[in-house]
Design a binder for this molecule. Structure first.
Ligand SMILES: *Cc1c(COP(=O)(O)O)cnc(C)c1O
Length: 513
């Protein structure tokens, strides 16, 4: 006899029938099917991870698009094994693998296994973090992790925050709060309408583009974001911030926030946070610190001091999915004064009536731009409970050390020019042709990146510095060795060198002809 509470649904049924559909729902009668299906999926990933020889295959969109388009979404395969077989063709075979030591492109980290365990649990239980009545303990776990992170930042006893989908959303919410604080004195719609176009946000010229995007979403003026110049190490110049605040005031504008970056995406540079905090305190301006990349330093056993001053911020963005080795998505916005989160609060009768707040029932939706929201916090929770913060920090330290070695390697190689030495884990550099092809640097570096990507042997990023094309290594994988970096440099030099040789030979032939 099954237990009296068991759902009297079949564990399986013919595809295309209602019984078959019910068997695909997770319930007490389908748990074996669930276990086997997930295990099958894990096995497919295991096979790939264990055997891939390169970070990608270099597949072109034009090659893969017909394979994806051929799939008839109205004609199901009826079983997960067949769907996984198909998935090999449409996804797994050609995807990009961040665990591979020669994946050196963007801020994608290899992921820790306790977090993957969390991902499996959280999606099966499917808690939604908007209200207590959809999450119970999950709400408390998220709150503990917000408190833990805020304490690591040093934000003080009134700090609060919320998990978000990523750094872009955290930055958006921070600027929303800053805008609302700046508009606090504009009590009438007319006063607010008059103030909005005068609001300005100062950030470094090397800051993240999500600041611009946020300004647009927040209805600020098209020129609301002012890019403040950086020094040679690509850190914002505090004196220039001070001058810009004065200039804005002179011009009748209101600086609603200064955004300091703790780890610029390209250069890994950390703005002088303590100086920014002093300037913002003097001027009465909101300081937001975008630590989407640099937040890994919060757990670094040796480099936490690089974030000194962050504890004076009004709001902080952290991306656990960048430097805490967490799977996408996992990010948070933290604020010094939890009360400002009220700017994101709306009460819906069906969900979170004001009465709930009065009864002190913890509802995270009151603090979030999202409603239904994943329990991403569980991944970090299990990571900390299995590994602890020091172990995570040691992993991040390792990639920062490796990036210093990589910088050394590139800077000593006469074939390359390197920009500034990163405080985190990027290396921005370019191949410098000599002789008759010396003017082809831009094209040669663009070509080398594309040729390398097409080969799939390694993946590197590209960016522009002062109008010129550069290449970028982003190291987030402790498995990447200096030998890997050296090997990728040789591949780049070979691709770029071949491009320059062919172009100069063609030009020569042209002249002779
Ligand atoms: C990556 C990044 C962001 C955006 O974060 P997402 O999680 O990709 O939305 C914001 N700021 C900086 C400095 C970043 O490096």
């Amino acid at each position: 006899m099954p237990p009296a509470t068991a759902t009297q649904w079949p564990a399986a049924g013919p595809p295309g029938t209602l019984a078959g559909a019910r068997a695909q729902l997770l319930h007490d009668g389908s748990v074996e099917h669930y276990r086997r299906t997930i295990a099958d999926g894990v096995d497919r990933v295991v096979r790939r991870v264990a055997t891939v020889q390169q970070p990608g295959t270099g597949v072109a969109p034009a090659d893969l698009a017909p394979v994806v388009d051929r799939v008839d979404l109205d004609r199901p395969l009826g079983d997960a094994g067949a769907a996984l077989d198909e998935l090999e063709d449409v996804y797994l075979r050609d995807t990009v693998w961040f665990h591979h030591p020669r994946y050196l492109a963007h801020l994608n980290c290899p992921v820790v296994i306790p977090a993957l365990l969390g991902e499996a649990v959280l999606s099966a239980v499917n808690s939604s973090l908007d209200t207590w009545d959809q999450s119970a303990g999950a709400t408390l776990i998220e709150r503990r992790l917000i408190d833990w992170t805020a304490a690591r930042v040093g934000l003080g006893p009134d700090a609060d925050g919320v998990f978000t989908s990523g750094g872009s959303q955290s930055n958006l919410q921070a600027l929303l709060l800053a805008r609302e604080e700046a508009c606090a004195a504009a009590l009438t719609p007319a006063a607010r309408a008059e103030l909005l176009p005068r609001l300005r946000v100062l950030t470094s010229a090397a800051g993240h583009f999500s600041v611009q995007k946020s300004a647009k979403l927040l209805g600020l003026a098209p020129d609301a974001v002012v890019a403040v110049p950086t020094d040679a190490r690509r850190r914002i110049q505090p004196a220039a911030v001070r001058d810009e605040i004065a200039r804005c005031r002179q011009a009748g504008q209101v600086v609603m926030a200064v955004v300091g970056t703790a780890g610029t995406t390209d250069f890994g540079s950390i703005d002088p946070l303590a100086e920014l905090a002093g300037i913002c305190a003097d001027a009465g301006v909101w300081l937001h610190v975008d630590a989407a990349y640099g937040c890994g330093l919060l757990v670094s056993p040796t480099r936490r001091h690089l974030l000194d001053g962050i504890e004076r911020a009004d709001s902080v963005t952290v991306d656990y999915h960048k430097s805490f080795f967490q799977p996408v998505s996992s990010s948070a916005l933290l604020v010094r004064d939890g009360r400002v989160l009220r700017h994101a609060t709306y009460h819906a009768d069906y969900l979170n009536p004001a009465r709930m707040a009065e009864q002190r029932i913890p509802n995270q939706v009151d603090k979030s731009l999202q409603t239904t929201r994943r329990f991403d916090a569980l991944k970090l929770w299990l990571t900390l409970r299995v590994m602890g913060p020091d172990a995570l920090g040691a992993l991040f330290d390792e990639v920062v050390d490796r990036a210093a070695d990589a910088w050394q390697l590139v800077s000593e190689d006469p074939r390359f020019e390197v920009v500034t030495r990163s405080e985190l884990s990027t290396v921005v550099f370019r191949y410098l042709p000599t002789g008759p092809g010396r003017d082809l640097a831009d094209e040669a570096n663009l070509y080398a990146r594309e040729a390398l990507a097409a080969s799939g042997a390694a993946l590197v990023a590209g960016t522009r510095v002062d109008g010129r094309h550069f290449l970028k290594f982003t190291l987030l994988n402790p498995a990447t060795t200096v030998d890997d970096v050296g090997h990728v440099l040789e591949l780049i030099a070979a691709h770029a060198g071949r491009y320059v040789a062919e172009r100069t030979a063609a030009d020569l032939a042209c002249h002779v002809g």
